[in-house]
Design a protein around this ligand. Structure first.
Ligand SMILES: O=C(O)CCC(=O)C(=O)O
Ligand SMILES: [Fe+2]
Length: 345
């Protein structure tokens, strides 16, 4: 596969920007204690974080997150190696994508998109009405696959192997690359099934040139995370599939693109339906309302197009400064002008 021979990078902003303080529902930037106090003391005061020791606690939390991110590439590769050696999958066959896992209506839609006469309008006619502007609902997996995947994830959760967490905003869930799903499952799903759709739906957002992804599962339950704050994803196009289990509420809501202020934004609420996916532009702001009972597990695939990201990192809004990573890292690549000596350029 083309992507396996390429090297992918992070942007250096990864270790200093967009650090989420869940208690205050605030994204912050951290370079030093002085800078942090200067930039956030006032904002934090308004959130009831007033005393010196409260602010010191926040600085400690942020510094730990910075250190976690600086070590992430190495710790993630170490965890993946331990999982490969020690973890015995419950359902080994689901690690390789087969058409029998997919809803036949999904494969029909993909078939249409692969034809040379396919158009965006023709595709929209095959899909349900858009639940929010440029958000598309589609059947993806069948129920039996969703159930087996959930059983696999619960089996993994109960095992003794080390586990990472999806990102700063989601505390609970599973990183599917570390579990070994990338090569046999998500790369073919992206290349053979999703890209034919995204090239028609989001050509101006890199939908036709996706070349990497980050796939993970988020989990909400009454004793852990209930909801997810308003945010955008570090990607170009996102697929979000509801896997189950039984839950009430927890709807997604979509605003506008990240450049549009919230005050100028109309929000749309979109329900999850087990086995179905929602495709959206990754930088379309969204969040998740609290569940009111049960457990909600969703498969999230942040799909990336290096051609887009290499010119502008969506997280810092600058041309990315590349930092080595393992696997797909954050989907940036070295281009001849950025790095003339690398053989992969
Ligand atoms: O909770 C969800 O379904 C959405 C998760 C999400 O937006 C994300 O992880 O980026
Ligand atoms: Fe998201």
């Amino acid at each position: 596969m083309e992507s396996e021979n390429r090297r992918f990078f992070y942007c250096s902003c990864f270790s200093s920007e967009n650090i989420f303080l869940s208690r205050y529902r605030l994204h912050v930037h951290f370079e030093s204690h002085q800078q942090f106090r200067r930039d956030y003391q006032e904002v934090l005061r308004r959130c009831d974080c007033v005393t010196d020791s409260q602010i010191e606690d926040v600085i400690k939390e942020v510094s730990q997150e910075v250190e976690r991110r600086q070590r992430l590439s190495v710790t993630s590769a170490e965890r993946a190696a331990v999982i490969r050696d020690m973890y015995r999958p419950l359902h080994p066959h689901i690690y390789h994508l087969k058409e029998s896992f997919l809803d036949p209506r999904f494969t029909q839609v993909v078939e249409y998109c692969r034809s040379s006469s396919a158009t965006e309008q023709g595709l929209s006619n095959l899909l349900e009405e858009q639940p929010a502007p440029r958000v598309f609902r589609l059947p993806v997996f069948n129920r039996s696959f969703c159930e087996q995947l959930l059983e696999e994830l619960e089996h993994f959760e109960m095992s003794a192997v080390p586990k990472g967490r999806p990102n700063t905003m989601n505390h609970h869930g599973v990183l599917l690359d570390e579990l070994g799903f990338d090569e046999g499952f998500f790369t073919p799903l992206r290349e053979q099934y999703l890209q034919p759709l995204t090239s028609l739906l989001y050509p101006e957002y890199g939908g036709g040139s996706l070349d990497s992804h980050k796939a993970f599962v988020v989990k909400y339950n009454m004793k852990e995370d209930l909801d997810l704050s308003y945010h955008y994803d570090n990607a170009e196009v996102t697929l979000n599939v509801s896997l189950g289990k039984d839950f009430k509420d927890g709807h997604l809501y979509f605003g506008d693109m990240r450049q549009v202020p919230l005050s100028d934004t109309e929000c749309y609420e979109v329900e999850h339906r087990v086995t179905e996916g929602l495709l959206h532009r990754a930088q379309h702001m969204h969040g998740a309302l609290p569940i009111s009972s049960g457990q909600r597990w969703n498969l999230i695939m942040w799909m990336r197009a290096s051609q887009e990201r290499n010119t502008l990192c969506p997280m810092c809004n600058r041309k990315p400064t590349l930092v080595e990573g393992h696997g797909f890292a954050d989907g940036f690549t070295a281009t001849p002008t950025l790095c003339p000596t690398l053989p992969v350029c």
